[in-house]
Ligand binder design. Structure first.
Ligand code: XIL
Length: 345
């Protein structure tokens, strides 16, 4: 039988992957083959986000999300929902009235409740767990000054968890964020977890997105954060794992279509040089070993896309970059560190 990543991981943690709609609809057959062979959990890359699922007030588009959930059920996978409350990919109507003024706290609560309970309720018993709130704490540990925060203050987070729990009491509930190695944010998230628990609210895990690069995060700081969250009484999930192989691009770079620009910001337009590839594989393996070492607290590791060609990193933060951040390459082959683990098994 063909070897697989999920067999390598065994029952240490779930091995997940984010699907785009070409994959969850079955159209991208080569990617689907990889998903079925190597992964036992899926999350929706975009189709459950607010702007997709409720683009206008009261107008819900469930087609893509339904298909995504069904894909998981048909293949016996653990289905994860992403995400209920997030300042980004949020339709304009959500926090303001027709005149563009912030709605009242009562109105925003009602909209949050309707959104969360409609979405969570629809997939009750089918979606195992939800990213309830995404990216609400900034690097110094304070709250992001989003519309949700502006209108409701800190309360918007416990409210979101309460609404989600009411809609599906059996669903796991997660707080998800990026840059979790940063000490300020780590402490802010620990504080948030403790306060939710003190209020008697359900929170099962902290999701550490895990968008990495060759020079960040520091592996030791990442580990300290994993342990800090576990000490606060929740599990840890690596929810959006990828590692850019490119040098960090400066947002302030001169974005004009010059040869110099392309060389700087898109240094490997054909393929990754061997030396970079080796360093990337080594670093990915170190993180993978870290997750395995802490299998008692890590319950899921999810890659943010199937192959390099699917990755959002190709266009982030500047369009036209060609990146190599995922576990499978553009020819649908496992990266070296994955192949090595499967061979050794
Ligand atoms: C990204 C998707 O991968 C892109 O396709 C989309 O255009 C933007 O969002 N943090 C998150 C994810 O929680 O939802 C984001 O996904 C990546 C950053």
């Amino acid at each position: 039988s063909e070897k697989s990543l999920k067999e390598v991981v065994g029952d240490k943690f779930l091995m997940g992957v984010a699907l785009n709609v070409r994959q969850s609809s079955g159209a991208d057959t080569s990617a689907v083959k990889i998903v079925k062979q190597h992964f036992n959990s899926i999350v929706a890359e975009n189709c459950m986000k607010c702007e997709e699922i409720q683009p206008k007030e009261g107008v819900f588009h469930f087609e893509d999300a339904d298909r995504f959930v069904q894909f998981g059920i048909d293949n016996g996978m653990t289905v994860i929902g992403h995400c209920l409350v997030w300042h980004s990919q949020l339709p304009d109507w959500f926090c303001v009235d027709e005149k563009g003024q912030n709605v009242s706290p009562e109105k925003l609560k009602q909209r949050m409740k309707t959104h969360i309970q409609t979405v969570v309720g629809r997939y009750k018993g089918k979606v195992k767990g939800w990213d309830v709130v995404n990216e609400a704490i900034v690097e110094d540990g304070s709250y992001r000054k989003s519309k949700f925060y502006e209108i409701l203050g800190e309360e918007f987070i416990p409210l979101a968890f309460q609404y989600a729990h009411e809609a599906d009491p059996d669903a796991e509930l997660y707080y998800n964020d990026y840059g979790m190695d940063v000490q300020g944010r780590r402490e802010g998230v620990v504080k948030l977890v403790r306060s939710l628990k003190e209020k008697g609210l359900r929170i099962d895990a902290v999701g550490m997105q895990g968008h990495m690069g060759m020079d960040y995060p520091d592996i030791q700081k990442f580990e300290e954060s994993m342990l800090a969250f576990a000490s606060a009484g929740v599990k840890v999930m690596i929810t959006e794992w990828d590692m850019s192989a490119l040098p960090t691009a400066l947002r302030s770079a001169n974005i004009s279509d010059t040869v110099a620009f392309k060389k700087t910001l898109n240094p490997y337009p054909q393929e990754l040089p061997d030396s970079v590839s080796q360093a990337w594989n080594k670093r990915m393996q170190q993180f993978f070993q870290l997750f395995e070492k802490h299998a008692d607290i890590v319950t899921r590791v999810t890659a943010w896309g199937v192959t390099d060609s699917d990755s959002w990193k190709n266009d982030f933060p500047i369009r036209g970059r060609r990146d190599y951040p995922l576990l499978f390459d553009r020819n649908y082959q496992p990266k070296e560190f994955i192949q090595k683990m499967m061979d050794e098994q």
